[in-house]
Design a protein around this ligand. Structure first.
Ligand code: HEC
Ligand code: HEC
Length: 336
């Protein structure tokens, strides 16, 4: 695997550029810009924000096909990465996809399933949608559109979520809401983690096979795919290993139950934290995603309905950096 500090990545980048589809290029260009959240100093810790790494060594033969474990399909890299025809490795496992989910709307709106997957599982760098209510999902699309919610990836992602057609928004929200959420990560308390790096323009943190070795976790949360190739191929059954600090699960449980003086999260997010009409499901979401959201509420990058109650904005300011890590670790460990 290429590492960011390797001079050879430039050559590899040129070789790869002719083959990667436009959207990955967009991602790369976007990330040449500084991240507004980090600039402001009140954004999430740097380790919780995915970024582009070195271009991965994609195969040079465009006719070569790939599959993911359990699927009978074989697709080329170009088909897998087509932003207007998301791969559907297990078409029997869900209701037919609405056109917006499968194909998006050219030229600016990519297929939702390309990033959020045909299972609604998403990735640590995006968001899990399965298990959320259609109302909540609709509200978020509106919030991206009217500026109440600003993604860590900036306008590129906010615009992708700004749908011109209400019918598209409703169909996508209803389709994702109907999916049964699955467990996609194993949360592990540990002192040390494998060395990791960001993999090409996938924005995915992966084990750095070249650096082979480990380092102290040092209060962070590190999420890596178990089989990065399956995840890169947009397998909807991807599985992640989420490394969290020792003791964080118990400390996080206490915070969630109101031990730190805040209202119990369950009072708005539901008894099992799987969501209510007001608060979204938090159980089993990717912890680094949850961390970014808590910082976004804190900095005002994310407002919306939470601002009407004022609650997530104020309460997120009362949590320390460690509290946020602990509660996110705990929430990620729950059955979705
Ligand atoms: C290029 C990748 C990409 C595509 C395509 C994409 N999304 Fe997203 N989506 C993201 C990312 C990244 C986030 C997290 C944004 C943030 O940090 O706030 C997100 C967040 C969301 C959220 C908020 C989830 C939550 O729990 O609050 C919703 C809803 C959503 N997307 C729906 C959609 C729909 C519907 C489509 C298709 C029209 C779509 N997305 C297409 C990357 C994508
Ligand atoms: C008074 C009600 C209330 C309480 C109590 C509450 N929340 Fe929330 N929370 C909300 C609402 C409402 C939203 C959705 C805001 C929106 O629509 O943008 C939300 C959203 C969130 C999100 C974003 C989820 C996503 O998928 O993007 C996180 C993370 C979160 N809350 C964490 C917590 C934690 C942790 C606690 C307990 C320490 C907590 N909340 C307690 C009302 C509450």
């Amino acid at each position: 695997m290429y590492r960011q500090d390797e001079p050879s990545t430039f050559a590899a980048g040129r070789r790869v550029f002719s083959m990667v589809p436009a959207f990955t290029l967009l991602f790369t260009l976007l990330f040449a810009l500084p991240l507004p959240a980090n600039e402001a100093g009140d954004g999430p810790p740097e380790w919780a924000v995915p970024r582009a790494g070195s271009p991965p060594p994609h195969p040079t033969d465009p006719a070569k096909t790939f599959t993911v474990p359990g699927s009978d399909l074989a697709l080329t890299q170009e088909q897998i990465d087509n932003p207007f025809n998301a791969p559907d490795w297990f078409p029997d496992e869900h209701a037919p996809m609405p056109d917006i989910v499968k194909h998006g709307r050219e030229p600016g709106v990519f297929a939702c399933a390309m990033c959020h997957l045909a299972s609604g599982a998403g990735h640590p760098q995006s968001a899990r949608l399965a298990g959320q209510s259609a109302d909540y999902l609709m509200r978020q699309l509106q919030a991206f559109g009217n500026g109440d919610r600003n993604s860590y990836l900036g306008d590129f992602i906010d615009n992708l979520h700004t749908l011109e057609s209400d019918q598209d928004a409703r169909e996508a929200a209803q389709w994702f809401a109907a999916l049964t959420p699955q467990r996609h990560q194993q949360v592990i308390e540990t002192d040390t983690v494998p060395m990791t790096t960001f993999y090409g323009n996938t924005f995915m943190r992966v084990v750095d096979e070249e650096a082979a070795g480990s380092e102290p976790l040092d209060g962070r949360i590190i999420e890596v795919p178990e089989d990065y190739r399956a995840v890169e191929n947009r397998s909807p059954r991807g599985h992640f290993l989420t490394y969290v600090p020792p003791g964080s699960l118990e400390r996080g449980r206490q915070i969630a139950e109101g031990g730190s003086g805040l209202a119990p999260c369950a009072s708005c997010h539901g008894a099992d934290l799987r969501g209510t009409a007001l608060g979204p499901s938090l159980a089993g979401s990717f912890p680094t995603y949850l961390i970014r959201q808590l910082y976004d509420f804190r900095s005002g990058k994310r407002r919306g309905i939470a601002d009407q109650t004022g609650y997530m904005g104020t309460s997120s300011k009362m949590l320390s950096e460690q509290d946020i890590v602990d509660v996110a670790a705990y929430l990620g460990s729950l059955e979705p």
